[in-house]
Design a binder for this molecule. Structure first.
Ligand SMILES: CC(=O)/C=C/C=C(C)/C=C/C1=C(C)CCCC1(C)C
Ligand SMILES: CC(/C=C/C=O)=C\C=C\C=O
Ligand SMILES: [Fe+2]
Length: 575
């Protein structure tokens, strides 16, 4: 196995890297600490060169990148590896291990996220703009084999081919070719058509990765075109996930479907008649059925932004945030601080509850929703059905809530992330707990589940024990903070029942989503491991394994280079 991986790693290096010196370094896994330092310094220097040398080094060019200007080099050196583009399209090899991998942990952890933030001479603006980069950790008999690979989306392939941005990303809009706009005075209208037909939207599926019940592995983002199948072993792009249901005209989707062994639930926002289709897809099928439709309560033009949502055993909880899609901002080429969205607290904030069985919104008049205090969330954590003090059903829905402060969206600009490292500029966040009565009440409540100070007033990128999905649960794993910081820099285990928090933090490190994998046969909710990929202040990176219960480090597996920050992961057990 090891020699196979090493050979593959060497081949892929020869294929993609312009530096044979680094090829040798990367494929040699028998290294000591001093060598690791030297390697990460070497790779950091290469990063510095590559970024200012545009995307050429990444794109299989046999030519070395041009020598950069000194000031740029200095600037990039100061930039944390978390916000530095990957150097090569792919890599594979065995990781150097400290500690012991539990014998039961056999399978693959996959993580998706933006990993390349420049093309040609153009540097992307926002964290969410980067081209999808998959990272894998294959746990096999106590050893860890790893790799990364850029996803071959149409957006990435076109960017490589033309050496410029060709599709609309989260904050980036391609400039119309000068020749076209000169010849065609209606190119502005053409551009609007291309936007509303979906033609110009990206398929850069850089947000999440899920394993469907039938075993297929899919990368996703908020555009429906950005649903792309991959091979979890080779990280090769298989091709578009072709939905077979006529719902793709709606173009956008939640980036976080909820998947079980038997089905997948997701939300499809409707920009024309503001609302959301709640859809369900059986494992093994490509056809989503519309279970029901939620009509937006507010009179605003656009539906609320829906990055994620929640389910209980019997219901789907559909959020309607005051942060709404904005037609004005969709049409603008230059982004606003809220990008394609606008903040409309005057129009109210709502949560809708739909029965999974009937597709009916729970109250009879089809406005089954409660009004709640204004909120801003990317990620719902979990939801479940409970009883209030009078025995009536109430839905509890928890999310990473940014204190109704939209600044978080603009804090994720690359320039801000790169230039404010160490400054205490990260806006506060908490675990927001919604209580939604199902008795016809008009209002729901929003409270702070656990004193936010205990996790450094940062809270995002959460996971739970998947066996507790839609059920009463106790533990949340998420990124918290050790302040001062400009980005979550700690891992937190939050006991939402006892209201206690355990934190993991090391100076200069930026860990990504802590992903919980339960131990097969476990009885306790927190019996398992937590996996996170950590980008180090010195330019390196490692995978860390924490014990799900004690939250102590069990093992760390070091990459011979630095990985950028990434978003969401999934676990594929070995059969
Ligand atoms: C990475 C992440 O969490 C979110 C990514 C969101 C994307 C790519 C959104 C793309 C969009 C457009 C390109 C135009 C239309 C609206 C919207 C879906 C926001
Ligand atoms: C990384 C992030 C927020 C961090 C702030 O605390 C949000 C990512 C959202 C998309 O998946
Ligand atoms: Fe997300």
């Amino acid at each position: 196995m090891a020699s196979l991986f090493t050979t593959k790693a060497m081949m892929s290096h020869h294929h993609v890297l312009s530096s044979t010196r680094l090829t040798t370094l990367y494929s040699d896994n028998s290294i000591n600490d001093q060598q690791i330092k030297t390697k990460s310094q070497a790779s950091h220097r290469l990063f510095a060169r590559r970024i200012s040398g545009a995307a050429r080094a990444v794109i299989n060019s046999p030519m070395p990148p041009p020598v950069p200007e000194i000031e740029k080099l200095e600037g990039e050196r100061r930039c944390h590896v978390a916000w530095t583009s990957v150097q090569q399209e792919k890599w594979e090899g065995e990781l150097t291990l400290q500690g012991k991998i539990p014998t039961w942990l056999n399978g693959t952890y996959l993580r998706n996220g933006p990993g390349l933030w420049n093309i040609g001479d153009h540097d992307f603006r926002h964290l969410f703009d980067g081209y999808s980069t998959l990272v894998k950790l294959q746990f096999d008999g106590g050893r860890v084999f790893a790799g990364h690979r850029l996803l071959e989306s149409d957006a990435y392939k076109a960017a490589k081919k033309h050496n410029r941005l060709c599709y609309r990303e989260f904050s980036e809009t391609p400039k119309p070719a000068i020749r076209n706009s000169f010849k065609n005075p209606f190119s502005g209208i053409g551009e609007i058509l291309r936007l509303f037909s979906g033609e110009s939207l990206t398929d850069n599926a850089n947000t999440g990765v899920i394993r469907l019940g039938d075993g297929r592995v899919m990368c996703l983002t908020e555009t429906q075109k950005g649903s792309i199948l991959v091979d979890h072993e080779t990280l090769e792009t298989i091709g578009k996930f072709e939905y077979d249901d006529g719902l793709s005209d709606h173009m956008i989707q939640s980036a976080h479907p909820i998947v079980t062994e038997t089905e997948m639930w997701t939300l499809i926002p409707d920009l024309v008649k503001p609302g959301y289709r709640v859809v369900r897809m059986e494992a093994g099928s490509n056809r989503r059925e519309v279970v029901g439709r939620v009509k937006c309560r507010s009179g605003s033009w656009g539906p609320g932004w829906v990055h994620s949502f929640a389910v209980t055993e019997n219901y789907v909880v559909v959020p309607e945030m005051p942060l709404r899609y904005s037609v004005k901002n969709l049409l603008r080429a230059e982004p606003t601080p809220l990008y394609k969205f606008e903040w409309c607290p005057q129009d109210g904030a709502f949560l809708h509850v739909m029965s999974k069985l009937t597709g009916e919104v729970v109250r009879v008049d089809n406005v089954a929703s409660v009004e709640v205090p204004a909120y801003v969330t990317f990620h719902f954590i979990n939801a479940y059905e409970d009883e209030d003090e009078n025995g009536a059903t109430v839905i509890i829905a928890d999310c990473c809530e940014h204190n109704a402060d939209t600044r978080i969206l603009d804090m994720l600009r690359l320039h801000t992330l790169r230039s404010s490292h160490g400054q205490d500029v990260l806006p506060d966040a908490r675990i927001g707990r919604f209580r939604i009565p199902l008795d016809g009440s008009k209002y729901g409540r929003l409270e702070t589940a656990v004193e936010a100070e205990k996790h450094g007033r940062a809270m995002d990128m959460c996971s739970i024990n998947p066996l507790h999905l839609g059920q009463k649960y106790r533990y949340v794993y998420a990124c918290g903070a050790q302040r001062p910081c400009n980005f979550p820099n700690a891992l937190s285990k939050v006991d939402i029942v006892e209201k206690k928090v355990k934190n993991w933090h090391e100076h200069g490190m930026i860990p990504s989503e802590p992903f919980f994998v339960p131990r097969p046969g476990a009885i306790h909710e927190d019996d398992g491991v937590v996996i996170s990929l950590v980008s180090e202040g010195n330019g390196g990176s490692f995978a860390i394994l924490l014990d799900g219960s004690s939250f102590e480090e069990i093992a760390r597996a070091t990459f011979p280079y630095g990985l950028p920050y990434g978003l969401h992961g999934c676990w594929i057990p070995k059969h």
